[in-house]
Design a protein around this ligand. Structure first.
Ligand code: FAD
Ligand code: MLT
Ligand code: ZN
Length: 459
């Protein structure tokens, strides 16, 4: 089918207003959040229903046009934008925003894949529930994108990643077949877990159109505490104590002084204490009764705490969270940074971080910032000062950092996925037999390799 022929057929399928071919209209869909991945699409298509997604995929599959599914475009590994060839169609889920009523009996809700997390959160809270996964990109990141990347965020230590919340899916395969399994039954032992398979598949096996999510009762109280430590090892051992004394612990995030300084310099955020500390731990406890006295007592009794602030009001809590949540924006403002999102067994985490930071050489060389979800052993290394290096130099640096991860028994991607960025390194975390299994699944479900070629798997 000619380029014009495909565009006309797509227009007939979704309405001509929802096929964008004008470069000015496409541009926002062609550049990823990090600014590192800029491609070119032959068209951006915005279907409004599962049936329209099926029609789009069928047409593109037959025409041999690759399809890049895109939700909120907040992904950090280059998986949501097309390559530079101009051959791909971007399938935006922006119009898949149907929101079903919360099923209070089951504690579940079915949402369109294009529903932003913040909208899902408001919807759940209005019915007395909470979405178990939370992350700083909540205003834009979509439920479909979060399922497709198996997103993590700040509450994984309590509730698990997205995969654990997904109770059912509706999804369209490359050839246009629809899988719809949305009953959300707790017990449903009827064969392969297709929803689980699509979580983390990064748009390479199917396009999610609807997702049924597990919700948790909204806690009536949340208390956040910030503590200062002499080093990261001190924060890590304090966390071991807090886990034992605070059963309602939902989040345990760490940051270090250079990152706090960066956030303060970019956003003017106030210093939390009268004096600086080398490392900080932000923890949050949620409960049906006010956990403030319990948190204050636990923090009081902890070894190694140099300063502490315990916040019960929403405004105070947000102020503490802001220091942690604004790291990504602050780094992007002075970057772009090279991002390494890795997980490490907790006992080896402080030594790993020390070795990774030592690969870089300030004051004049690149600077390695780090922060992360300490409760999950998830470190975000962000190296500034590498932009513009030759690809071969970047590859050597990636190899050195990710080699340390493999040596420490960690994973080269904790929560952001593989995308285009980590694809060359997947073999550090997956065996040849597993990769062969991936290829077999891909060929079975998407024989023409229409969906997101070049992402996650070698094309
Ligand atoms: P996109 O970026 O649009 O797409 C991501 C991938 O999913 C792509 O491969 C795309 O093809 C695929 N995809 C999207 N929608 C669909 C669909 N409907 N069907 C099939 N495939 C689809 N991530 C975390 O895990 N934890 C964090 O704490 C976190 N914090 C962040 C903070 C900031 C400030 C930013 C900018 C990002 C953060 N992220 C985090 C990364 C990002 O928000 C998540 O990866 C999120 O899940 C992406 O959702 P999205 O809708 O933006 O997906
Ligand atoms: C975070 O935890 O803030 C994110 O995953 C984003 C990042 O790594 O920059
Ligand atoms: Zn993160």
């Amino acid at each position: 089918m000619s380029r014009r022929g495909l565009e006309a057929a797509l227009g007939a399928a979704v309405g001509p207003d929802h096929v964008l071919t004008d470069p000015d209209l496409r541009v926002g869909y062609e550049l990823d959040w990090t600014g590192d991945y800029r491609g070119s699409a032959r068209a951006v298509v915005r279907p409004g229903s599962t049936a329209e997604v099926a029609a789009v995929l069928r047409l593109c599959d037959r025409a041999g046009a690759p399809v890049v599914p895109q939700g909120g475009n907040t992904g950090l590994v280059g998986g949501s934008v097309p390559d530079a060839t101009g051959s791909a169609v971007v399938l935006s889920t922006a119009r898949l925003r149907a929101v079903d009523p919360v099923d209070r009996d089951a504690g579940q809700v079915t949402l369109g894949a294009g529903v932003p997390l913040a909208v899902a959160q408001h919807h759940a809270r209005a019915a007395g529930f909470e979405v178990p996964v939370d992350l700083a990109a909540r205003e834009s990141a979509t439920i479909g994108g979060m399922a497709a990347t198996n997103a993590g965020g700040t509450r994984v230590m309590r509730h698990g990643t997205m995969r654990r919340q997904v109770m059912g899916i509706e999804a369209v395969l490359a050839g246009g077949d629809v899988w719809s399994h949305l009953a959300g039954l707790e017990k449903d032992n009827t064969g392969y877990d297709l929803a689980g398979l699509l979580c983390g598949s990064e748009g390479t096996l199917a396009v999610l159109t609807r997702v049924r999510l597990r919700l948790v009762p909204a806690p009536s109280h949340r208390v956040t505490a910030l503590m200062g430590f002499a080093d990261l090892a001190g924060a890590a051992s304090a966390l071991t104590g807090l886990r034992a004394s605070l059963p309602g612990l939902e989040a345990a995030e760490y940051m270090v002084r250079p990152g706090v300084d960066l956030v303060r310099s970019v956003f003017g955020t106030p210093d939390p204490f009268d004096r600086p500390h080398p490392a900080y731990l932000v923890v949050e406890v949620a409960g049906a009764t006010d956990p403030l006295p319990e948190v204050a007592a636990a923090v009081d009794g902890l070894a190694g705490v140099l300063d502490a602030a315990v916040a019960g009001s929403e405004r105070q809590r947000q102020a503490l969270w802001e220091l942690r949540e604004r790291h990504t924006d602050a780094l992007a403002a002075v970057g772009p940074p090279r991002k390494y999102d890795v997980s490490i067994p907790l006992a080896r985490l402080p030594d790993f971080v020390e070795a990774a930071v030592a690969l870089f050489a300030p004051p004049n060389g690149p600077v390695c910032h780090h922060f992360g979800h300490l409760g999950d052993g998830n470190v975000h290394l962000n190296v500034l000062g590498l932009h513009g290096l030759a690809d071969s130099d970047l590859e050597a640096i990636d190899g050195a950092v990710l080699g340390l991860v493999a040596d420490a028994g960690g994973s080269i991607s904790a929560e952001h996925g593989i995308g285009r960025l980590k694809r060359p390194w997947l073999g550090l975390s997956r065996s040849p037999a597993e990769l062969a299994g991936f290829a077999t699944l891909k060929s079975a479900l998407d024989p023409r390799h229409t969906l997101n070629p070049g992402v996650l798997l070698a094309d």
